[in-house]
Design a protein around this ligand. Sequence first.
Ligand SMILES: [Zn+2]
Ligand SMILES: [Zn+2]
Length: 121
Amino acid sequence: MHNESAEGEAYFVCDFCLNTWSDDRPMVEGHRGSLVCAHCLSIAFSELVHLRSGSPVKPGETCVLCLEPDRPGLHWRSPVRDEAIACVRCIKQSAGVLHKDPDYAWTKPAPIGESDGSDDD
Ligand SMILES: [Zn+2]
Ligand SMILES: [Zn+2]
């Protein structure tokens, strides 16, 4: 989402954790100005793609990134905004975009167990 009363990096706010854009928090834009940051993408990608554990979706809820109702498949729910969910397709797509972006060092999280143990963030 965008914070209309802020300028610069503070204008860009992640829909899922409400943090603002920074050098170590790049974001990928979805439909209607929705944004997902690299940190949330890492968590969502690990949960949906590696662990295959999604959150139940209530009737009428739509992925904030694609706004498509009744999408099949797993969804990830924001830990801080209960109304913000993302479908597995959008998470994969966004992760692909950020993974390939030469401006950022972000890469798709490795499957659990294949980590080198250095991510004690
Ligand atoms: Zn975020
Ligand atoms: Zn979606």
